[in-house]
Design a protein around this ligand. Structure first.
Ligand code: GLU
Length: 489
């Protein structure tokens, strides 16, 4: 097999879409698995919809996911330029060659003629197609008209009696007849190529060996194969991966939630988790296992394990996977990743030392499904509780003499030597014993008093991180306010 060369060819008409990211990931994994090259080509021939900001955003998204490209914008390479809008001469030359060889011709039909023809065909219930009128123009005459500046497109002569067949890398043999095709436009009158033509000129010019893309391109493939043949070239291997579906099994769209990679980055997903999750959309390793680093995926990835039918994007599964990755992070790394979201808390970082902040995020390591959760979760470390959980207050009512219990606790904590997990726990349990009540009857109201919440990380570690001063002050404020007494709120 020649050295593998694959490409990811996004159109910069939007941010990196989840579906495109999956195409990029499959190509990248395929290339890395086989030690081949991964090329990034920007398909920016749609001048109205293509924007530089989207090119940048797509490249940022790929870098966020850890996919560097071997050739392409910023990386350079022998087969550039890697922006289609900078390759117009190549398309024009290829089109001229096809015209010269008699495989293509200039078509001078006006839009009015084409519209009228289409309307008539539609009215007669016929397939709409170009009637081939300009095929009959003598080439010398066509050259003369072109020279005098007549508006024209270049069309490929298509034989509509063929069956185009290819052995798809992801789907076995696909065979499509050309009977519904007509003479394809290769070059538009503005000198820009049509998508199918540009792709063929570029894939061959960039020596692409395998084209792996979404199955929405299957209908383009026969057209591209016809163009390859006309150019006297052998098409690359072709693979079409199944569509990504929402949980209702319809095509993934905004209706199902965010469809741009950047939204998942902003929402606090880890790139490793997101990459892992996307890699499993329509592909799985032989043993069906799920959590894999990028390197493991590289060694496991083969196209023959791509499924034939749609893959469901389940955000709940993504969240679960993200949690698995967050759990594995070293607390220092977790703090660094949480930092932007902690900064959204007024009062952050307050008096806390760096080590304390590391301990703080570690409290939540098993509880964050996305990094952004930390903003809400850690709020009370930097701000006094401004309300108390209703359910928690109901539970607190069950502790007899709660005001006295909490007052004693504050006093005990104040005297405590070393405000760490074990001594705090001993204090709380000893108090419960003295009062002849279950430890929970002290623990629940204490959690409520110091955090305002009824749930959260282990209370004693939480109190240790909050620090003695805050804990004691909050318990005293709680006693003063007596929010558990009905009517006091
Ligand atoms: N530019 C095309 C797209 O964004 C991809 C073309 C291809 O992969 O052949 O859908």
């Amino acid at each position: 097999m020649p050295d593998v060369r694959v490409r990811f060819a996004p159109s910069p008409t939007g941010n990196l879409h989840v579906g495109s990211a999956r195409t990029a990931i499959f190509n990248w994994l395929f290339a890395r698995h086989l030690g081949g090259k991964f090329i990034l080509r920007i398909e920016d021939t749609d001048r109205e919809r293509s924007k530089d900001e989207y090119t940048r955003s797509i490249m940022d998204g790929m870098r966020w996911l850890g996919m560097e490209w071997d050739e392409g914008p910023d990386a350079g390479g022998e087969c550039g330029p890697y922006f289609q809008a900078q390759r117009l001469e190549l398309y024009r030359a290829a089109a001229a060659r096809l015209v010269g060889d008699g495989h293509a011709y200039a078509c001078f039909c006006s839009t009015e003629r084409l519209d009228a023809m289409r309307e008539k065909q539609e009215a007669e219930g016929k397939q709409t197609r170009y009637d081939g009128l300009c095929r009959g123009i003598d080439p010398a005459e066509a050259r003369r008209r072109i020279a005098q500046g007549d508006r024209h497109v270049i069309r490929l002569k298509v034989d509509t009696t063929q069956v185009i067949e290819w052995n798809d890398l992801c789907k076995r043999v696909i065979s499509i007849t050309t009977e519904l095709l007509d003479d394809l436009v290769l070059m538009k009158s503005d000198g820009f190529p049509m998508y199918n033509f540009a792709v063929v000129v570029d894939d061959s010019g960039m020596k692409v060996t395998h084209v792996v893309r979404g199955e929405d391109h299957i209908s383009n493939t026969p057209k591209q194969i016809l163009i390859y043949r006309a150019l006297g070239l052998t098409p690359p291997e072709l693979g079409h991966i199944p569509m990504i579906l929402g949980t209702d099994r319809s095509k993934l769209s905004k209706r199902h939630g965010a469809t741009n990679v950047i939204d998942y980055e902003k929402a606090g997903f880890l790139p490793e988790a997101f990459f892992n999750f996307i890699a499993l959309l329509g592909w799985s390793p032989p043993d069906g296992s799920e959590i894999h680093s990028r390197d493991e995926l590289v060694s496991l990835f083969t196209l023959d394990r791509v499924v034939a039918h749609g893959a469901v994007f389940d955000v709940e599964k993504l969240k679960w996977m993200n949690l698995q990755y967050i759990k594995q992070l070293a607390p220092e790394d977790l703090l660094a990743l949480c930092e932007p979201f902690l900064r959204e808390i007024p009062g952050y970082p307050g008096q806390y030392a760096q080590e304390e902040l590391v301990e703080l995020v570690a409290l939540f390591r098993e509880r964050l499904t996305v990094l952004t959760d930390i903003t809400k979760a850690a709020w009370y470390f930097f701000n006094e509780p401004d309300s108390y959980d209703e359910k928690g207050l109901k539970t607190a009512q069950k502790t007899p003499d709660l005001a006295a219990v909490m007052t004693d606790l504050a006093a005990d904590l104040e005297k405590l030597e070393g405000f760490t997990h074990d001594p705090i726990e001993r204090t709380v349990r000893a108090l419960a014993e003295r009062r002849g009540i279950g430890a929970g009857k002290v623990i629940h109201p204490t959690r409520l008093a110091v955090s305002g919440r009824a749930e959260g990380p282990g209370l004693f570690e939480l109190m240790h991180v909050l620090g003695r001063e805050r804990c004691v002050a909050r318990i005293r404020a709680f006693v003063e306010m007596q929010p558990w007494v009905v009517g006091s709120r």
